[in-house]
Design a protein around this ligand. Structure first.
Ligand code: PGA
Length: 255
């Protein structure tokens, strides 16, 4: 795991953006795994800026981590709407090349299996963007999710309902179920890029990076991934024991 402690979320998003844009320029048909929430918003602004200055997204394909069950794709709070509004509509990406699970699927297990098959047919995810929940979730893989889990319907933890209430008019509007890629699905991405910002993530970040690998903190499964880069702001890095070592390593990388 490569850990970068950045001055702030702006610097972290810029560095993550530069690295992803470089990969799109090298492989214009890159397959991106994408996340929602407030964390990746600055990163998405970097991608939009890159598109405006000539990076071509017309062959890029994408798969989102998750979607609320019960919200139609055109619902203002669906993750499809979030992605269209905050990223896709500002890029020259083809909407048919963007994939978000369908929260209204009649046969959810069949839809989940088909989603996994589509990822496979695309050649797998090249770069998976991740945030982290304050409880250590990645995607909507809440604590005690199997580290081998695949795309499936999940029950959101009470903590997540509480954390996500800020996006809805009433706390009771937050859907209780979602379709989420599994931890096992995420671990198959060729590279994972996790962004973690803010003091409320410090405990989860500590568990993910320096704790034992445990389904109690699903993000800790990334310790088993051979190519994961974590970009933190100072606040999210507060509880890390080896902060100085990460800073040393990140400024002394081989060329
Ligand atoms: P946030 O959520 O970016 O809104 O903090 C992250 C997550 O729950 O994965």
């Amino acid at each position: 795991m490569d850990v970068f402690i950045c001055k702030d979320s702006e610097e972290a998003s810029r560095l993550a953006g530069e690295q992803i844009i470089k990969q799109i320029r090298a492989n214009p048909a890159l397959v991106l795994g994408l996340a929602t929430g407030s964390t990746p918003l600055r990163l998405y602004k970097e991608l939009i800026k890159a598109c405006q200055t000539g990076t071509d997204f017309s062959r890029v394909r994408s798969f989102n981590l998750d979607e609320y069950v019960g919200l139609p794709s055109d619902h203002p709070k669906s993750y499809r709407t979030f992605m269209n509004d905050n990223l896709f509509s500002h890029l020259n990406i083809r909407l048919e090349n963007t994939h978000v699970p369908n929260g209204m699927a009649h046969d959810i297990p069949a839809h989940c299996a088909a989603y996994e098959a589509e990822i496979k047919a695309a050649g797998g995810i090249d770069v998976q963007v991740l945030g982290i929940g304050s409880d250590g979730h990645i995607g909507f893989n809440e604590p005690t999710s199997s580290l081998a889990s695949r795309t499936r319907i999940v029950t959101l933890a009470e903590q997540t309902l509480h954390d996500n209430a800020r996006f809805f008019a009433n706390a009771s509007d937050v859907p209780h179920y979602a379709i989420s890629m599994g931890v096992g699905t995420i671990l198959e991405a060729k590279q994972c890029v996790m962004l973690c910002f803010g003091a409320n993530k410090a405990k989860a970040v500590k568990g993910a990076i320096e704790g034992g690998i445990s389904q109690f903190n699903p993000a800790s499964a990334l310790q088993m991934h051979p190519n994961t880069v974590v970009y933190l702001d100072e606040a999210a890095a507060t509880d890390l024991q080896l902060k100085d070592d990460y800073r040393w390593a990140s400024t002394h990388k081989p060329q």
